[in-house]
Design a protein around this ligand. Structure first.
Ligand code: NAD
Ligand code: UGA
Length: 479
């Protein structure tokens, strides 16, 4: 089966970069990315490619190469569906905020809307690809909607979950560890559909990296991968608290265990807590699914990963308050970084917003600097938490676009995101312009604590005992 036209519904963090790379690597295939969000599509089409709505290293170059050649962004969803042989569904699947499963289950209303629209518009057979992260067995529901509301055409459903991480999306896509394709290999049509998608990825990835499974394994593998990754972060974060009490250094512990090839070195970086749109959402979804099958021990096991992460964010904020003599009321605290990790402008579930919220409840004055996140986004995140009025949020928290300004006259600095530029600042200059004693809380373990201590800072880093300048050694008295 030859694919000449692809449509992707959802021009977000996954749809945009994924389709840009497919278009780059498959110049003979027309790829149209559609979205109902007009502003987002307008930004993808912005003449200045640096204004595309998602910041990812290397992405603007890929878009520049393919856009207008075989990569298109549009709000005309019906037209793109009609033309396509293969349709990727890459819409958001956030945690439900209402009704049954509120706060746990994935909200599939956007997925269902897509399925109904595809069924209504399609006049020839199509392959529908689940790119969004979905609860296991969603393909069954999709198939039922497509078959029962369609125009009598045939749909093959594939699961092709995305494993890219933000900040490294382009590299992850161009050089993926593996691509997973779940399909129905028991029928000839199912096999054809699987092979059509395998063929697309084989344009740039070797055969052995394109893995095919049944649909349910593919859907569940995505949730499992995120659960395992998040579990590693919560595991090392649990050890970080023990390190702080015992004098062990969490970086040394991580290094020591990571050299065991059975454990491996990745995802052992202790932090203020994981954020991002997916780890929490996908684990909550896994917990919900396990509970719905009556598997309470399985559910409790995975829920602990989230409980630990919430604890890590809270204890980081509480540690700031206790170090600042148990009160931060009226004190200026500079937050360096707001994005949930470096090299992205995404702030969904960022630890920074929870730490800020905690400190604002303690009546601190917060000043935020982030190299990529826009001021409106920071306020939108705080407003979303609903802890106080919009006016109060804007009064108590300010956003500046220069790091030295953020730190001026501050009692304390908290490093929330591991942006590389934070390592290169003139920390002596920063120390000089702060109120004394000057505190730094390094939520990412990126700063050179010895150097900073020499300037006079009091430093608390995740997983390390508090650090301050050692007293000058006493000169021995020669009699
Ligand atoms: P996103 O919110 O950035 O983008 C989703 C887009 O879908 C939005 O722009 C929205 O307007 C659009 N949309 C929703 N319903 C629509 C409809 N009916 N028609 C047209 N457009 C519609 O979300 P995202 O981060 O790209 O995530 C998408 C999916 O991919 C989620 O299931 C997520 O779990 C999964 N995922 C995300 C990442 C990541 O790094 N962000 C990685 C792997 C998987
Ligand atoms: C994660 C997964 O890594 C991707 O494979 C997956 O596709 C994606 O979720 C998804 O499904 O959305 P992402 O959330 O973009 O990707 O970024 P990660 O690099 O996984 O980081 C997640 C959070 O964990 C960040 O807040 C990061 O700072 C934190 N983290 C990560 C740590 O605190 N320590 C680590 O060692 C690694």
């Amino acid at each position: 089966m030859k694919i000449t036209n692809i449509c992707c519904i959802g021009a977000g963090y996954v749809g945009g970069p994924t389709m840009a790379v497919i278009a780059q690597k498959c110049p003979e295939i027309n790829v149209t990315v559609v979205d109902i969000n007009e502003a987002r599509i307008a930004a993808w089409n912005d003449e200045d490619v640096e204004n595309i709505p998602i910041y990812e290293p290397g992405l603007s170059e890929v878009v520049k190469e393919a856009r207008g050649r075989n990569l298109f962004f549009s709000t005309d969803v019906d037209a793109a569906i009609d033309k396509a042989d293969m349709i990727f569904i890459s819409v958001n699947t956030p945690t439900k905020t209402y009704g049954i499963g509120k706060g746990m289950a994935a909200d599939l209303k956007w997925i269902e809307l897509c399925a109904r629209q595809i069924a209504r518009v399609s006049k020839n057979d199509k392959i529908v690809v689940e790119k969004s992260t979905l609860p296991v067995r969603t393909a069954e529901a999709l198939k039922s909607i497509l078959d029962n509301t369609g125009n009598g055409v045939n749909f093959q459903i594939l699961s092709n979950p995305e494993f890219l991480a933000e900040g490294t999306a382009v590299e992850d896509l161009q050089n993926a560890d593996r691509v997973l394709i779940g399909g129905d290999s028991t029928t000839a049509a199912g096999q054809d559909a699987i092979q059509a998608l395998v063929h697309i990825y084989n344009h740039w990835l070797p055969k052995e990296r394109v893995l095919t499974t049944n649909v349910w394994s593919s859907e569940l593998s995505k949730l499992t991968a995120n659960a395992f990754l998040a579990q590693r972060v919560s595991s090392i974060n649990a050890m970080s608290e023990l390190c702080e009490k015992t004098g062990a250094d969490v970086n040394e512990v991580a290094r020591a265990i990571g050299m065991d090839s059975r454990i491996g070195p990745k995802f052992l970086k202790s932090s203020v807590g994981f954020g991002g749109s997916c780890f929490q959402k996908d684990i909550l979804n896994l917990v919900y699914i396990a509970k719905s099958y009556g598997l309470n021990e399985v559910a409790d096991y995975w829920e602990q990963v989230i409980i630990m992460n919430d604890h890590q964010k809270r204890r980081f904020a509480a540690n700031i308050v206790s170090n600042l003599y148990n009160t931060v009321a009226g004190k200026k605290i500079a937050l360096l970084g707001w994005a949930f990790k470096k090299d992205t402008n995404d702030t969904r579930e960022t630890a920074a917003m929870y730490v800020a919220d905690y400190l604002l409840n303690e009546q601190a004055e917060i000043v935020v600097y982030d190299p990529k996140v826009k001021v409106e986004q920071i306020y939108a995140d705080l407003d979303y938490l609903g802890s106080r009025s919009r006016e109060e949020n804007r009064k108590l928290l300010t956003v500046v676009n220069e790091p030295y300004e953020a730190c001026r006259d501050a009692h304390a600095i908290a490093v929330m995101t591991e942006w590389d530029e934070f390592r290169t600042y003139d920390w002596e200059r920063i120390y000089d312009c702060m109120l004394k004693p000057a505190f730094i809380f390094d939520g990412r373990n990126i700063l050179n604590i010895k150097e900073l201590a020499n300037y006079g800072f009091n430093i608390s880093s995740i997983g390390l005992p508090p650090f301050r300048k050692e007293k000058e050694p006493q000169k021995s008295i020669v009699i």
